[in-house]
Design a protein around this ligand. Structure first.
Ligand SMILES: Cc1cc2nc3c(=O)[nH]c(=O)nc-3n(C[C@H](O)[C@H](O)[C@H](O)COP(=O)(O)OP(=O)(O)OC[C@H]3O[C@@H](n4cnc5c(N)ncnc54)[C@H](O)[C@@H]3O)c2cc1C
Length: 445
């Protein structure tokens, strides 16, 4: 049997792509290395913003796929004296039951007509290229949605995607804890910034559900991989910082993983040596389509899966493989612009120490709406009077000036990267020159 599309990996990216492809009548084979019962089972923070779902055509999730809905995120300064509230305007967040959510997405794809093979691992054979479960599958196009796996890494080498130059990885470790907090607003997800405990990252406490005498929460830490992690010890340090929440807590489950942060792969569409699309595409963690600010990748992976499906449907209809390249701009519109703007803010945060973050948050130099705007991918436009007021505050606070300068730099870089991505090439031939400009900007950021 020959398929129109082979989708490798039944995570959020692969299942959304498969349901859109099969729903449009393309013969779609979805494969995963795991057994069916384990699809969706992944070590994760399990938080998802409802805004992602609306744009991929799932207006509301069935009750069994999540533990609770939340109102937003509370972001705490390292000295714990200030917090910013990031509300999810017009929508809500979900604390997912990741396994049930995964099965739901898989069933959706199968109901649309996608064929699914579990226990089928994709590998690269020197003689035959991609093989699945030891066999060569005939397909016109292949979507690689296999997360942070060796297969994803190897396919980039094989298929002349850009390498992992300039890309960074966050290492994350989380526990499911039974807590007996003194006081806790379980409708908000808590994020604690602390560059000493979690350099270039953060610690989180995401409440899942309440019992009569406890709160069960997903508690974790994500940090730069290269920063000498000792990540389990660092999670303990986080718990010691907040005895009102964590003293007497009981560990129900532990596990870790990696998340790619930075910009999306320079091209999400594989090219041959003549810069022609070769029929292989990347989505989700495999293509670095993850938010560099909060390391959330479930929503953006689904958006990437949908954008990839749209380009493949167009290619199938027109018979023109060149049309696959439209996936790059499709993803930028769906999430990529936001992602690269967030990257510029993240790069400045990572250069800040705890004192500077405290100064910025406690001194009103940075406000709720600034974080909200930048993390939604908007440029900061601070009115002149407010700018002067914040400038005066910064001057009278130790480290305030440094914090203000970094905020201004982030804002400038957000503008620059937006302009650069607005010029993203319409055809692969212009890609090498565009990539050289991107490299130059990233070096300055
Ligand atoms: C500790 C941690 C906490 C996180 N917290 C959050 C959070 O709170 N919110 C959020 O939005 N994101 C979070 N993320 C990131 C999020 O989990 C990922 O971005 C998201 O799962 C990516 O989806 P995906 O479809 O690309 O890949 P995955 O979900 O990883 O799915 C990939 C699939 O491919 C399969 N596969 C792999 N290799 C092969 C192969 N060779 N052949 C066949 N199949 C293969 C796997 O079995 C898997 O089913 C977190 C990540 C970690 C590690």
């Amino acid at each position: 049997m020959k398929y129109d599309v082979l989708v490798i990996g039944a995570g959020p990216a692969g299942t959304i792509a498969a349901s859109n492809l099969a729903g449009s009548g393309l013969e779609t084979l979805l494969v995963d290395a795991k057994p069916k019962e384990e699809i969706g089972k992944k070590v994760c923070g399990n938080a998802l913003g409802g805004q992602h779902l609306e744009t991929i055509g799932i207006p509301d999730l069935p009750d069994y796929t999540y533990y609770q809905r939340v109102k937003g995120i509370r972001l705490y300064s390292p000295n714990l004296k200030a917090s910013l509230n990031l509300e999810l305007e017009g929508t809500h967040g979900y604390m997912l039951d990741r396994k049930e959510f995964g099965s739901y997405l898989l069933n959706r794809a199968r109901n649309q007509g996608a064929e699914f093979l579990d226990n089928h691992k994709a590998e690269i054979s020197l003689s035959s290229g991609i093989v699945v479960g030891g066999k060569k599958i005939k397909a016109d196009m292949t979507l690689v949605a296999s997360g942070m796996s060796n297969f994803s890494r190897n396919i980039k080498e094989l298929s002349s995607f850009q390498t992992d130059k300039n890309k960074e990885t966050v290492i994350a470790f989380r526990q499911i804890l039974k807590l007996k907090p003194k006081d806790m607003d379980t409708k908000y997800l808590m994020i604690h910034l602390n560059q000493e405990i979690a350099p270039v990252g953060y610690c989180w406490t995401f409440p899942m559900y309440e019992t009569d005498d406890s709160v069960v929460a997903n508690v974790g830490i994500g940090m730069a991989k290269q920063e000498n992690p000792m990540i389990k010890q660092r999670l303990e340090n986080y718990k010691e910082l907040l005895p009102d929440i964590f003293s007497g807590s009981e560990v129900l489950e532990s596990g870790g993983g990696e998340v790619p942060i930075s910009h999306p792969q320079e091209t999400l569409v594989g090219l041959d040596k003549h810069l022609k699309p070769n029929g292989i595409l990347l989505a989700g963690d495999a293509g670095n389509t993850v938010s560099p600010i909060h390391d959330g990748g479930i929503g953006s992976s689904m958006k990437a899966g949908k954008a990839a499906a749209e380009a493949m449907i167009l290619t199938h209809e027109t018979g023109e493989l060149d049309n696959l390249f439209t996936y790059n701009s499709g993803y930028l519109d769906a999430y990529g612009y936001k992602q690269v703007k967030q990257l510029m803010l993240m790069k400045q945060i990572r250069k800040s120490n705890n004192h500077e973050i405290d100064a910025a948050m406690c001194g009103g130099i940075i406000k709720d709406e600034d974080i909200e705007k930048i993390s939604m991918g908007q440029e900061l436009k601070i009115p002149t009077f407010d700018k002067i007021r914040r400038g005066v505050r910064a001057k009278f606070r130790k480290d305030g000036i440094f914090a203000a300068k970094k905020l201004l730099k982030a804002n400038r870089l957000v503008k620059e990267i937006t302009e650069l991505y607005e010029e993203y090439p319409a055809a692969p031939v212009a890609l090498p020159y565009w990539i050289s400009k991107l490299d130059n900007l990233l070096e300055r950021a």
